[in-house]
Design a protein around this ligand. Structure first.
Ligand code: ADP
Ligand code: MG
Length: 404
């Protein structure tokens, strides 16, 4: 049985890299890997999904299938993943013979909101006041200060799914039952001024790079836009967010690309000793809020993911142009007729200067489903916002983009 490559061993273009996952993040990883001459073998259930369409090879199987994991281990020397809920045990299994970035141990901490929040707090980084709710009776013991709050399933939530706003104990109990009495966290609903994220990459030699801080807007719990340019976020705040993100990555012993989502709170609505920057959550993978790096930097978050697993030096994260990323959901297909999908006006979008269209190859548009995104870059910030607003209007994204 072979051993995983030593930390400083390089995997060279021409070799295969392994991807656990079928989605759009896996697809964009493939594009980055292939651009550098690597080949990808992906494991997942959807051979014709966004990743499977692009990877050189696809193993159609359960993530837990030992036979499939063995097939992967025989084909590659390094494996990564594109989704938070990849079974940590599968990464662990692979790690006996293959380099896995990130490691199972880091993913296991992040994929459970209870252990994730304990870890963040133990690192000395502020998080929302919260309580672990493992059974109904735990709710009787929570502090009144957690209401109004948000009850979140500890596992498997994404895009605001598996969450409920609860104003009091009775609503919390009902919501806990509605979520099927799975383990949850109850966290205080905080007065958000806005949301930030930091995407970083850390390699096996402990080098770490961070991308410029993005400002994120959500619509109905789903990311709608990310905006990045110098001066948008106060310098001190951005520096603090970056320091926190780096501390989390190194304390987790994290190798790979990771995103930390932050809340910036409205100080006027808080007690004077409450921190105004708190971590919301960590994603153990490239993140939707880092898609701007595909056009606004020379090395995208997906290329960093490739570089880390291949044991290569990290890429340059400087922002080359002010940028806005807009998510495209399936809703854009149902503007004229809510029953019959109609192709959005791509030509109108593509007629605008500074616009790059990224679509994920999903056959069926559905409301709320992430279908693609548009990156807009422009040296002039007013023109950037104007162009982004035009894109939003053409695709009926409902984003409001203005410099305020
Ligand atoms: P997901 O895993 O679905 O991304 P999040 O925990 O990030 O779930 O919540 C989704 C969004 O809901 C956040 O980006 C934020 O806008 C809002 N939200 C989540 N938690 C809180 C909170 N404690 N207070 C206020 N808003 C919150
Ligand atoms: Mg989130």
């Amino acid at each position: 049985m072979s051993r995983p490559p030593a930390y400083d061993e390089k995997i060279h273009p021409g070799e295969y890299l392994g991807m656990l996952g079928d989605g759009q993040l896996g697809r964009m990883f493939c594009h980055a890997a292939q651009a550098m001459g690597y080949k990808v073998i992906a494991l997942g259930q959807e051979a014709d999904g966004p990743t499977g369409q692009i990877a050189e090879q696809h193993i159609s199987a359960d993530y837990e299938s030992l036979a499939a994991l063995q097939q992967m281990a025989d084909a590659v020397r390094a494996v990564t993943t594109e989704f938070e809920n990849v079974p940590a045990q599968s990464l662990k299994q692979l790690s006996y013979t293959v380099r896995t970035t990130p490691a199972a141990s880091a993913v296991a901490v992040i994929q459970d909101r209870i252990s994730e929040k304990s870890f963040i707090r133990a690192t000395g980084v502020p998080v929302a006041e919260h309580a672990a709710i493992r059974q109904l009776e735990d709710l009787d013991r929570v502090k009144a200060a957690l209401f109004p709050g948000i009850l979140k399933a500890a596992r498997l939530g994404y895009d605001g799914k598996g969450q409920a706003i609860v104003n009091n104990l009775a609503e919390a109990k009902q919501a806990f039952k509605d979520l099927g009495e799975v383990e949850c966290v109850l966290e205080a609903k905080l007065p958000l001024a806005y949301e930030l994220s930091v995407v970083l990459a850390r390699n096996l030699e402990d080098d770490i790079v961070t991308y410029p801080v993005g400002v994120n807007h959500h619509i109905n719990g789903i990311l709608s836009s990310t905006t990045v340019y110098p001066g948008l976020v106060p310098e001190e705040l951005a520096a603090q967010a970056i320091d926190y993100a780096k501390a989390l990555a190194s304390n987790l012993n994290y190798f790979g690309v990771m995103c930390v989502e932050f809340f910036v709170l409205d100080a006027a609505k808080l007690s004077p000793d409450h921190p105004t920057l708190v971590v919301n959550e960590i994603a153990p993978r490239p993140h939707n809020s880092g898609h701007y790096t595909m056009n606004a930097t020379s090395c995208s978050q997906f290329e960093q993911q490739v570089r880390v697993m291949a044991g290569m030096p990290l890429g340059d994260t400087r922002l080359l142009q002010p940028t806005i990323m807009l998510n495209i959901l399936g809703d854009s297909w149902f503007v004229a007729d809510e029953a019959q999908a109609q192709e959005p006006d791509w030509a109108a979008v593509l007629s605008l200067a500074g616009v790059s269209l990224h679509l994920y190859g999903k056959a069926e548009p559905r409301p709320g489903r992430k279908m693609g995104h548009v990156n807009i870059i422009h040296a002039d910030i007013d023109t950037l916002y104007e162009t982004a607003q035009k894109v939003s209007d053409i695709l009926h994204l409902g984003a409001e983009l203005s410099r305020n």
